[in-house]
Design a protein around this ligand. Structure first.
Ligand code: F6P
Length: 362
């Protein structure tokens, strides 16, 4: 039976990551195969704060295999400005959700595919409920902290970048008898740090989920040096608190706070306590850009196709997810406000311990 032509909207929201363009491509290809039209909304929900909304029609010609290989998102995105409490120039917060819903309705789309992390998906879910339009969520975030799904788009690539950084730091560390500290992203979840530390042969990994005592880190590094190895690799997740207080954050232009800088705190303390030359690398946004890994591309393709098929089947309020090597879908409510952190007793923590990696346990 032929399906009636439909018009669906698509947006990317939250911090960018590798693999977003691959999802966009998969959605467009699958929708065109069903003879549907796809409207891309620019810059996340910000594109819906304009009248007329900022949009682009997406056709197969716009999503060739060159763009699929590239990082970033051709639609643009934003990780600032919750529309339910939108920061206004005078410093006040205003509910602009009505404007987004009204502008979305002018697009006359049958459904929205929203690609985002847990924060963005929670906002989109609220908008969809208030506006009464069907939403299908697609999880993406290098932090890998969206619950239920085993992985989110962008995480695999970010881990590969952090692992490559360790591969490059190791020879220079060995050549100079140095301790190398690598700070990686992840917000309040240590998934990137833990996976990269295992894959990249680190000696120490500090993650927000496991309280640490710097004395334990120092004695582990000193033991390595006593045993005759002249260098050490230490991975620190950005959300780890300082030895004496909270996590290191700095204000952005506009006032929002961002994590970053704990690597330097840990590095200088290790240098003093170990009396050893120490250097610090803060990997930052390098983890988000660049070509998506094959795994991220495969998942992006599966997520994009499944998202369109869910709309075809009349489903709403679902998020596509990765489970047991397959794409499945779950209720968006099941993931909202339940960030998936590293399980301190989980198998990867046990793996790290089994390899002799120090987690600094307090
Ligand atoms: O959530 C993704 C992420 O890259 C975090 O790991 C990091 O803390 C944050 O975004 C950085 O945000 P921004 O791009 O605004 O600097």
């Amino acid at each position: 039976m032929a399906t009636a032509p439909r018009r669906i909207a698509l947006l990317t929201s939250g911090g960018d990551c590798a693999g977003l363009n691959a999802i966009i491509r998969a959605v467009v290809l699958r929708a065109e195969a069903l003879n549907w039209e796809v409207i891309g909304i620019l810059n996340g929900t910000h594109g819906l704060m304009y009248d007329p909304p900022q949009i682009m029609t997406l056709r197969t010609a716009d999503v060739d295999t060159v763009m699929m290989r590239q990082g970033g998102t051709i639609l643009g995105t934003t990780n600032k400005g919750d529309p339910f409490a939108y920061p206004m120039p005078d410093g006040s917060l205003e509910d602009r959700s009505w404007q987004i819903i009204e502008n979305f309705q002018t697009l006359r789309c049958d459904a929205l595919v929203g690609i985002g992390g847990d924060g963005s998906l929670a906002i989109l879910h609220r908008l969809a409920q208030q506006g009464g339009f069907p939403l299908i969520g697609v999880p993406k975030t290098i932090d890998n902290d969206v619950s239920v799904t085993e992985a989110s788009i962008g995480f695999d690539t970010a881990v590969a970048v952090a692992t490559e950084a360790l591969d490059r730091l190791q020879p220079t560390a060995a050549s100079h008898d140095r301790i190398m500290v690598l700070e990686v992203m992840g917000r309040d979840a240590g998934h990137i740090a833990l996976a990269a530390a295992i894959a990249g042969g680190a000696d120490v990994v500090l993650i927000p989920e496991i309280p640490y005592d710097l004395a334990n880190v120092v004695s582990h590094v000193q033991e390595i040096r006593r045993s005759g190895r002249n260098f050490a690799l230490v991975v620190v997740s950005e959300g780890v608190p300082t030895p004496d207080g909270p996590a290191v954050k700095s204000p952005l232009f506009g006032g929002e706070m961002r994590l970053g800088g704990i690597g330097h705190v840990i590095g200088s303390r290790i240098a003093d306590m170990c009396q050893a030359e120490t250097r610090v690398t803060v990997l930052g946004h390098v983890q988000r850009g660049g070509h998506p890994s094959a795994q991220d591309r495969v998942m992006a393709a599966a997520f994009g196709v499944h998202a369109v098929d869910l709309i075809r089947d009349g489903k709403a309020g679902r998020m596509v997810a990765w489970s047991d090597r397959c794409v499945i879908d779950v209720k968006i409510e099941d993931i909202v406000a339940r960030p998936h952190k590293v399980d301190a007793r989980g198998s990867l923590v046990r793996t790290a311990r089994g390899l002799g990696i120090c987690l600094g346990d307090a």
